[in-house]
Design a binder for this molecule. Structure first.
Ligand code: C2E
Ligand code: MG
Ligand code: MG
Length: 622
């Protein structure tokens, strides 16, 4: 956002929050200063009294107010540069008062003679400094015309006290506007200039306290889907710009129902609708919110990206509320919407409160689990079409060995890690443990072809990834040709430069890359071609319908054709029966993975399985 845009937004928000940029306070100060200048002029019986302030660069002084007694009026605007009167500027910076009885000859003021003193017939000057925030900010200038005036002690002291009074007014006004800024900052999210969570919650609590019992309200919580990916795939700058644009779009929804908008978390926006007359108003609002996401957002490189948001809603009558925190309930509803999938809307159900408490406990336990070896990889075999020799590849799949709940699946683990911002740590733990297991498999003389490890966008776009990999490989003496990384297809749509740079680094280490869940995302073929991947993994959802479903047959045949055309190898995931395996091998798929061969199992079971592999292969695949 440009500084100017930001400033304008700030101004609008100041107005919205009822803070008028301390305008009335400024008016007040102006009047006070004018009164002081005028009374000073009358009391000292001089011709002119003026107040000058330094320009921003301190290279000139600008007249703010000039009171001319003869005309009984104020003027302003004249500017005098330092270059025109260096002696005067020097005196201003070094003396407390410039008392020039004869201004036309005094070395400090004679520089003004031709352009200022003579034309205005000024004979004497008495100038005292004005301070602001402890610094010299300007000068009070008392001028006598027609006849020279010898300034006595009383007049000099008086001029100093007038200047000090003006300095005090500035100090007060500065303090006042600081106080207002602080009040503003307490209420506002500095990035989007929307109300912050604290103020938003306070507003809701107040409205609830003062509302009539049968008033219907709603809190709508909007959680952007996969926003961490935006942060990692693009830049933080872009992510911030996006958040600001979303704020503006939501702010500009034209609605008949009054609402307050807030950014209540990194990628969370909330609307408070304190008074809803009928359900259709709420429905319309939700429709309008969703509508804001139908127009794509432009990246810095003019790429268009689409965002979706999961929406959680709580709506009831004020007298049905048990506490004053409906935002929390909207949050729980929003998490449910996230579980349902991109762009869903969920209405709060009280039963979720209990579930949510359980999730919160799991989140707490997860951090300990990461550090205490409870997060481990299970391995699922991947077998090859032409079975030349013994041995097979494996895919490492995360599991949480929970002390009381048993084995917990990635579908529970990954959202927790995402919510806690621990995807990177989770990936590191899995990769390190995979290296430890590989070392053991090799030491036991098992014939291991390769182990593929899933990497998340948080890992892929992290600058620490390569170092962590190198350290682990080095520490456990694992050769890189045994490692493959799986990247889900949708990650290919990120910032291409960063992506290809990271992938090149991995490839130069000797690590193969494969595209996971192929067919479910929107990868561009040219990207695929340029990214040097070596394998595609056909998603289970297409394998499910084989060999009968015409649609699946058609899709899988196209993917096989594409892979062959691009010289890529193919793995089919989720193969559950013999019919599927036969069709896939017959149609040119290179590798199979699925429950037909084995479910993902712990490393100890893999050791057993690989030891018995010949028997296993004969039993299941012949
Ligand atoms: P994925 O990488 O596509 O892994 C394949 C998933 O399909 C695994 O689920 C696997 O158990 C399941 N699967 C394989 N064969 C069959 C089958 O024949 N039938 C059925 N019904 N399922 C089968 P899992 O282990 O639950 O993992 C789910 C997803 O979680 C993975 O999908 C992957 O995207 C993600 N994931 C797992 N481990 C990690 C990890 O360490 N890091 C990251 N970033 N993601 C992981
Ligand atoms: Mg995978
Ligand atoms: Mg997959």
């Amino acid at each position: 956002m440009h500084l100017l845009d930001k400033f304008l937004t700030l101004q609008q928000s100041l107005t919205k929050f009822g803070i008028q940029n301390s305008r009335s306070e400024k008016d007040d100060s102006d009047i006070k200063i004018q009164v002081i200048l005028k009374s000073c002029c009358q009391l000292l019986n001089v011709a002119r009294v003026s107040l000058w302030l330094f320009s921003k660069d301190k290279k000139s002084i600008v007249c703010q107010y000039l009171y001319i007694k003869a005309d009984d009026k104020f003027e302003s605007g004249l500017e005098i540069p330092e270059s025109a009167c260096p002696e005067y500027f020097e005196a201003l910076n070094t003396s407390r008062v410039i008392n020039a009885d004869n201004a036309q000859t005094d070395y400090r003021t004679r520089e003004f003679l031709a352009d200022y003193l003579t034309p205005l017939n000024i004979m004497s000057m008495l100038d005292a400094p004005i301070f602001r925030e402890g610094e010299l900010a300007g000068v009070l200038c008392i001028e006598q015309t027609i006849a020279p005036q010898v300034w006595d002690m009383a007049e000099i002291s008086y001029s100093v006290s007038v200047a000090d009074s003006i300095s005090l007014i500035y100090a007060q006004s500065c303090w006042f506007s600081e106080k207002q800024k602080m009040r503003y900052m307490e209420r506002v999210d500095p990035l989007t200039c929307l109300e912050n969570r604290f103020f938003f919650q306070k507003r809701i609590a107040q409205d609830i306290t003062h509302a009539a019992g049968d008033n219907q309200f709603a809190v709508i919580l909007i959680g952007l889907d996969d926003f961490t990916n935006i942060n990692t795939r693009f830049s933080y700058d872009f992510a911030n710009k996006l958040l600001c644009e979303i704020s503006r779009r939501l702010e500009n929804i034209s609605s008949k129902v009054p609402y307050n908008l807030s950014r209540v978390g990194g990628d969370l926006f909330a609307l408070w609708l304190p008074s809803i007359k009928e359900q259709s108003q709420l429905d319309k609002m939700i429709f309008d919110i969703k509508d804001q996401f139908t127009t794509a957002f432009k990246t810095f490189t003019n790429e268009m990206i689409h965002l979706t948001a999961s929406i959680g809603v709580i709506s009831c009558h004020m007298n049905e509320l048990i506490d004053k925190d409906p935002l929390r309930k909207a949050e729980i509803a929003m998490l449910k919407a996230k579980e349902e999938g991109n762009g869903a809307v969920s209405y709060f159900d009280p039963i979720w409160l209990i579930e949510h408490q359980e999730e919160a406990i799991l989140e707490k336990e997860f951090v300990d689990a990461l550090n205490h070896g409870q997060i481990v990889p299970f391995y699922q075999p991947i077998i090859k079409q032409e079975y030349e020799s013994s041995g097979f590849a494996l895919e490492a799949l995360v599991r949480w060995i929970h002390p009381t709940k048993g084995v917990i699946s990635p579908y529970v683990i990954l959202p927790i890690a995402k919510r806690l911002g621990l995807m990177g740590e989770l990936g590191n733990v899995i990769f390190e443990q995979t290296c430890i297991d590989i070392k053991q498999f090799i030491n036991l003389g098992l014939n291991l072809k390769k182990v593929s490890v899933n990497i998340s966008s948080e890992q892929l776009f992290s600058s620490l990834l390569i170092k962590h990999i190198e350290d682990c490989l080095d520490k456990y003496q694992v050769s890189t040709f045994l490692i493959e990384f799986e990247i889900v297809e949708e990650l290919l749509s990120g910032d291409f430069d960063v992506l290809s740079n990271q992938m090149e680094k991995l490839i130069s280490l000797g690590i193969n890359l494969s595209i996971d869940d192929f067919g479910t995302g929107y990868s561009s073929l040219s990207r695929l071609k340029n990214l040097n991947v070596s394998k595609l993994k056909i998603d289970k959802s297409f394998v499910d319908g084989l060999p009968h479903d015409e649609g699946d047959i058609c899709i899988v045949r196209s993917i096989i054709g594409l892979a062959k055309g691009m010289g890529l190898q193919l793995v089919a995931e989720g193969v559950e029966n013999q019919e599927q395996a036969e069709w896939l091998f017959k149609n040119g798929c290179d590798y199979l993975q699925g429950y037909l061969i084995s479910k993902p199992i712990p490393s100890a079971d893999i050791i057993q399985l690989m030891t018995d592999e010949n028997r296993f292969f004969t039993d299941n695949c012949k």
